[in-house]
Design a binder for this molecule. Structure first.
Ligand code: ZN
Length: 147
C-alpha cells in the first residue's frame, strides 16, 4: 500500500486535507440496503474502490465505499461520498463532469464550491499518472448511475 504523502507540489493545506480524508475516511464500509454497487480498480496504481449507493427514485440517499490504495484515490472517494447524500442523479452526474473538468486543469472548476473538499485535489491535474487515482471513485459513480 502506498502510504507516502501526496506530491510535495500540492499546497500544504490541501495535503493536510487529503491526508485527513485518507486516514479518517468518511462513509467507509458496506451499505446494507444498497441499490447500486460498482467495483473498479486502477491497475496502474493498485487502487480499488467498491462504491455502494442507496438510490430512492431520482435521489441518492446514501453513499458508502470500501477500498484501498493510494492517498489520492481513497481521499477522493471519501470526499465524493460526502457530497452525494440527498443529491439527485442529474446533480451527481453534473458533479462528476465538474470533477473531470478540474482534472483537465479547468480553473473555474477548481474554484467551484460545489466540489467541496475535492478542490484540494485540483493540483493533481498537473500529474497525469495520478489523475486516474482521483477519478476512480467518480468513474464508479457514473458507471453505477448510467448502469
Ligand atoms: Zn492511486
Amino acid at each position: 500500500m502506498d502510504t507516502s504523502p501526496p506530491d510535495p507540489q500540492l499546497s500544504a493545506l490541501y495535503q493536510e486535507l487529503i491526508l485527513d480524508h485518507y486516514r479518517r475516511p468518511r462513509n467507509k464500509g458496506a451499505l446494507d440496503d444498497a441499490t447500486h454497487s460498482v467495483s473498479l480498480n486502477n491497475p496502474l496504481c493498485g487502487d480499488e474502490i467498491d462504491l455502494q449507493l442507496r438510490v430512492d427514485g431520482e435521489v441518492i440517499r446514501e453513499a458508502r465505499f470500501i477500498g484501498r490504495g493510494c492517498s489520492i484515490s481513497q481521499a477522493a472517494a471519501s470526499m465524493m461520498t460526502q457530497l452525494l447524500k440527498d443529491r439527485s442523479i442529474p446533480q451527481a452526474l453534473a458533479l462528476a463532469d465538474r470533477m473531470s473538468a478540474m482534472m483537465r486543469g479547468d480553473q473555474a472548476a477548481a474554484q467551484d464550491k460545489t466540489l467541496g473538499d475535492l478542490r484540494a485535489l485540483a493540483g493533481v491535474s498537473k500529474f497525469p499518472v495520478r489523475i486516474k487515482c482521483a477519478l476512480l471513485p467518480w468513474n464508479a459513480l457514473t458507471d453505477a448511475l448510467k448502469g
